[in-house]
Design a protein around this ligand. Structure first.
Ligand SMILES: Nc1ncnc2c1ncn2[C@@H]1O[C@H](COP(=O)(O)OP(=O)(O)O)[C@@H](O)[C@H]1O
Ligand SMILES: [Mg+2]
Length: 295
């Protein structure tokens, strides 16, 4: 196998090789439960596609166990001249969902993915690999989420990493729909499952390292558009957004000065220059520890 993965010990099941990267273009969406090997396979596929296309995008839609950006955001990265590297070194864009799960945030999850996909297409990506969250349970709304996301993103290929039949309620109709090709892959026996605590710790570390460079930035409400003002409270995570609604940086709300209509925010963003709007999420966070304080 000539594909280089930065992490060692990845086994390349034979079934992966059935998927010929030369035959793939457009959007390729990878779905499966948590710890089914989605990200591992998506990275592999991205590197394979880089060998056949000039421009390939990786769209990380996992707001919980993010690969490219911070938890609560979805992130796009394009390959650059130095193509076979992961994470990709080209253009990046981020969209703020505001929660570490799509549950209760289905609309921003689907709409953000579409905005990032459109951007990737505008930037010339010939193939876009979409990595997703493990929310596939019908009872938890994962079925509806994935169905509508497929309808909107119009992937040419759907890759399902399945242990049993847990994806059938999502995949079954698409097996008959000429708009997509469905590939079934078994879950690798080498998959290492993460506990809930490990997932939380992983997010904490990401947030802690991000907010280590934070300072207090004062934001005048007269000068920016504010989305989700009803969520404004001390400790609330928010995003600084550009004029297209993409996230430039995250911050944590500290204190609001009613008279001056100014909000103090802990953020690594150096200045409010270029910020068109702020959007409050639902997560509360302690920037000093990275700890999640609830929703
Ligand atoms: N084919 C594989 N070979 C070796 N390790 C794997 C393989 N697939 C997944 N893993 C390991 O299992 C864990 C979970 O895989 P991951 O791709 O992150 O799953 P998901 O994105 O579905 O949650 C990771 O530690 C990953 O390195
Ligand atoms: Mg993953």
């Amino acid at each position: 196998m000539s594909v280089k993965m930065t992490s060692s010990n990845i086994s390349f099941p034979r079934e992966w090789e059935r998927i010929n990267p030369e035959s793939l273009e457009g959007t390729i969406m990878v779905i499966g439960e948590s710890d089914s090997g989605k990200t591992t396979f998506a990275r592999y596929l991205f590197l394979q596609l880089c060998r056949c296309h000039n421009s390939v995008a990786f769209l990380d839609c996992d707001v919980g166990q993010s690969t490219l950006g911070l938890p609560t955001t979805m992130n796009l990265a394009l390959s650059s001249g130095e193509r076979s590297v992961f994470p990709p070194k080209g253009e990046t864009l981020s969209y703020f969902v505001g929660s570490t799960s799509p549950r209760g945030h289905m609309l921003p999850t689907v709409i953000g993915a579409h905005k990032l996909q459109k951007k990737a297409q505008e930037l010339g990506a010939e193939a876009i690999v979409v990595d997703t969250t493990g929310l596939v349970s019908r009872a938890a709304g994962g079925g509806a989420l994935k169905q509508w996301k497929i309808e909107l993103l119009k992937p040419s290929v759907l890759v399902g990493l399945e242990r049993g039949a847990e994806l059938e309620h999502i995949l079954w109709p698409w097996r008959w729909d000429k708009r997509v090709r469905v590939y079934d892959l078994p879950v690798s026996e080498h998959v290492i499952e993460k506990t809930r605590t490990e997932r939380i710790t992983h997010r904490e570390k990401r947030f802690l390292s991000y907010f280590q460079k934070a300072h207090a930035l004062r934001v005048a409400f007269r000068e920016v558009v504010v989305f989700g003002i009803e969520m404004m409270a001390g400790g609330r995570l928010l995003a600084f957004q550009d004029d297209q609604g993409f996230a430039m940086a995250l911050g944590v709300a500290r204190a609001y000065d009613r008279n001056g209509q100014e909000l103090a925010v802990s953020t690594p963003l150096p200045s409010p220059e270029g910020v068109s709007s702020i959007r409050f999420g639902s997560l509360k966070l302690d920037p000093a520890t990275g700890q999640e304080l609830g929703k």
